[in-house]
Design a protein around this ligand. Structure first.
Ligand SMILES: N[C@@H](CCC(=O)N[C@@H](CS)C(=O)NCC(=O)O)C(=O)O
Length: 208
């Protein structure tokens, strides 16, 4: 089965998907397109947006649907209904914070960054940390002993906040430990080192 992930040459909404594929050693074509190519392609996309995953003969869009699809087929979606629901719930919570982050980055970076860092972020991260500590006191993965797609989404969300402010995780020690641990998974380390050479922007407007 061939996999082709199409997105822009930024981290954005595709990066948790790239992290999962690289960490799991799933071969895929990382198709990073230019704005000119996008202008040609936009009208052919289901919701006129990216990312898009071609997987065999299937086409899947919507970043969360892509991540969940990969989670289901590669065994990264929990082992019971209750685990899967927890993973979904956790991911949707992450999505809410990611939306706040990208809204600030895209619409209010100059005026809103400081307030986001000092007023919005600490409470949001504390809530995520509390939920993360549900299983094994946060010493393993989101859903306990078993890795899931949510771990990739969590890692990327923490990582982009560390770019925004290097002290982002100082008030959430379990999340900080998770970030450090996860970055040292051998395939993650390989990918992160490779990515560091290219250093793509988090967002299309170059603010991060
Ligand atoms: N809900 C969608 C949002 C997709 C989205 O906002 N994509 C943006 C890039 S991050 C896009 O395609 N922008 C180009 C455009 O709308 O023309 C998802 O999660 O995949």
């Amino acid at each position: 089965m061939t996999l082709k992930l199409t997105y822009f040459d930024i981290r954005g909404l595709a990066e948790p998907i790239r992290l999962l594929l690289n960490d799991q050693e799933i071969p895929f074509e990382d198709n990073r397109i230019s704005r000119e190519e996008w202008a040609e392609m936009k009208s052919t996309m289901i919701f006129a947006q990216l990312p898009c995953l071609h997987i065999g003969t299937e086409t899947i869009v919507q970043s969360a649907a892509i991540l969940r699809h990969l989670g289901r087929i590669y065994g990264l979606n929990g082992s019971t209904e209750s685990e899967t629901s927890f993973i979904d719930m956790f991911s949707e919570g992450l999505r809410d914070l990611r939306t706040k982050y990208f809204t600030m980055i895209k619409t209010d970076y100059e005026d809103g960054k400081e307030a986001y860092i000092t007023e919005t972020l600490p409470g949001e991260l504390l809530r995520i940390e509390k939920l993360f500590c549900t299983f094994n006191n946060g010493e393993n993965f989101v859903s306990g002993d078993k890795l899931s797609y949510a771990d990739y989404a969590l890692f990327e969300l923490l990582d982009i906040h560390l770019i925004l402010t290097p002290t982002a995780l100082n008030g959430t020690p379990a999340l900080k430990r998770f970030h450090g641990r996860f970055a040292e998974r051998p395939n993650m380390r390989l990918y992160l080192n490779k990515r560091a050479e290219l250093n793509p922007f988090v967002s299309g407007n170059g603010k991060q």
